[in-house]
Design a binder for this molecule. Sequence first.
Ligand code: PLP
Length: 328
Amino acid sequence: MSIIQAQHIMLNDPSHVRVAFEPKYEHGSAFINGTYVDLDHAAIPMSDLGFMQADAAYDVVSVSKGFLFRLEDHLERFENACAKFRLRNPYTRTETADILNNLVKQAGTKEAYVWWAVTRGHMPDGSERKNPLAYDNCFYAFVVPYLFIADDEQRTRGIDLMVSQKYIRIPPESVDPTAKNFHWMDLKLALFEAGDNKADWSVLCDANGNLTEAPGSNIFLIKDGALYTPDSGCLEGITRKTTLELAKEIGMPIFVETVHVEQLRNADEAFLTSTAGGIMPVNTVDGKVLGGKAGPGELATKLHNLYWTKRWDGWLGTEVDYSQPAKV
Ligand SMILES: Cc1ncc(COP(=O)(O)O)c(C=O)c1O
């Protein structure tokens, strides 16, 4: 079995290509605190604490073949993140879903990356700063054509992954990683570390050498046909959840538990998962070919292909009705 060339299909198959859109939305569409704009004219106020202090919760859902994938799951995760960070979304769940739908229609994208956030907003005066209710929280969203963390070429040859030596993931006692947040500096610097070491991507451990997650993605490994992924220290990714369901469907034993980095080094296969790229097979870890054979493993390939074929059949999808204009 070979890796489905998902990116090629998305860009070329008539059922995936972009529908007609106003030229100003070529780069994407945005919604800034109540107003729809084209992405090129989208701007946030500099004094918003989301920008100044990474004081925000966000989420990303993807669209493929015109279906928003697991929208309800993303909206629920987002609500939980807001609650954990004592943020209030000025829009209801239904209103949020409508805004995201409208943005996808405006951009005409059948393959889309849909981002939204609630930020703390501006700093209130003096003693009111201690009161989360004194802040007017702000809502921002944008839609752009779909982004792949690992493109067709990388997913076909497999990602060369490095375990970060310089950085550990922010501990859950500091910033709860199950609430999707802007605290990306550990992830970002670990990614640059990968670049410095000629690797494609990096993965971060906790202080005890247990795997957590990778920049923008969750980590899985396969040993003797069983699937392993960390149970803590990471975002509960929607692609992670999907992968666990797919693995169950194909009868793989599943272990969601503490996973030590040495287990990754000795794995038969591994892969990363993300809304921005789906299931992304790993080729090497710190230069060592997994399973003694270069390229994506057999089970990772099977899960990868199942992920896209099921999505394109509309599995857990909310279809965008491009024939109706956006209600803006
Ligand atoms: C830190 C982190 N971990 C994991 C993921 C994967 O989550 P999902 O599958 O919901 O995209 C992301 C996605 O952006 C992320 O930022």
